[in-house]
Design a protein around this ligand. Structure first.
Ligand SMILES: [Zn+2]
Length: 297
């Protein structure tokens, strides 16, 4: 890890032991050992089609990696009830509904386990790479849908119902109906699913059209600026599959946010693209595992 966690970084990592980190995604599952903020062991496989099969493989993999591990953090790719530590649903894999992943793994592994949705966990991982003057962080994941998470002063803000960061359903004012039942959602304008549905071809092909791309960036800027007005982040990190647009997204988006900020009393947030490898989420899971070890989740 080249950059340090702000504030207590050095003390944090000196005190850090080995943690298991699990990322349960719709298409792949990964298990890693994270020590002092670095991934020292890693294995991945295509996600099973059912939760019970997935849990069996996760447990057997973890048991083979569990030497000298003090706690485990899990990133779940779906809607997750954090206070109850229960899966609400996975968009891609059946059988997760109502599963208390943490209890199942804790029983099997004999160590403290904590789980959260993958956007929150990725946000913790990205936050661990920031400088102190880049706090607070708004992490936005843009892929099939749009999700977000907010970390301030080392704490994830989860809201009253684990629903904080439902940025995808922020009203932008356009007239297209969204799957959620509302009209004009941010996600309806910019997500990969809707670009493909509206244009009948892969999102990357759709965005090759300069005019569609220009409107896409303008809509992202409108949504993110609305979030900035409420949350006042110092840094926005954009992750998810659509961050593969790279500089073609980052440059015009940074300019658009600066233009909006110039008309207000606030400076624009810094904007950065997230880790494209997906491994930062595992670092975030280890940060969460440390909290589980302390019994403070
Ligand atoms: Zn919606």
């Amino acid at each position: 890890m080249s950059r340090e966690r702000p504030g207590t970084t050095s003390a944090y990592y000196r005190a850090c032991v080995r943690y298991l980190a699990i990322d349960i995604g719709g298409s792949k599952t990964a298990v890693a050992v994270v020590s002092e903020g670095a991934i020292t062991g890693y294995t991945t496989w295509p996600s099973a089609s059912h939760a019970s099969e997935s849990l069996d493989r996760i447990i057997s993999t973890c048991l083979s990696m569990i030497d000298d591990i003090s706690a485990c953090g899990v990133a779940f790719g779906g809607v997750f009830d954090f206070p109850q530590q229960t899966c609400v649903r996975s968009m891609h894999v059946s059988g997760w509904e109502g599963t208390d992943i943490s209890s199942v793994l804790q029983h099997a592994l004999g160590i403290p386990v904590v789980t959260d949705n993958d956007a929150n966990v990725a946000a913790l991982g990205e936050y661990s790479l920031l400088d102190q003057n880049e706090d607070p962080l708004l992490y936005v994941t843009m892929s099939t849908g749009v999700g977000a998470a907010f970390v301030a002063n080392h704490q994830l803000i989860r809201g009253a119902h684990s629903m904080f960061g439902e940025l995808g359903h922020l009203p932008l004012g356009h007239d297209k109906p969204c799957n959620c039942g509302q009209i004009g959602c941010f996600e309806r304008a910019v997500s990969g699913y809707w670009l493909e549905t509206d244009h009948g071809r892969p999102a990357a092909d759709v965005l090759a059209d300069p005019e569609i791309h220009r409107q896409w960036v303008a809509d992202i800027a409108t949504g993110l600026w609305s979030a900035c007005v409420v949350l006042d982040p110092a840094m926005i990190v954009i992750g998810g599959g659509m961050s593969a647009q790279g500089e073609r997204l980052l440059d015009p988006l940074t300019q658009a946010l600066a233009q909006k900020a110039s008309k207000s009393e606030r400076p624009p947030p810094a904007v950065r693209l997230g880790d494209p490898t997906g491994r930062t989420v595992l670092v975030g899971a280890a940060v969460m595992a440390r909290e589980a070890e302390r019994g403070s989740r």
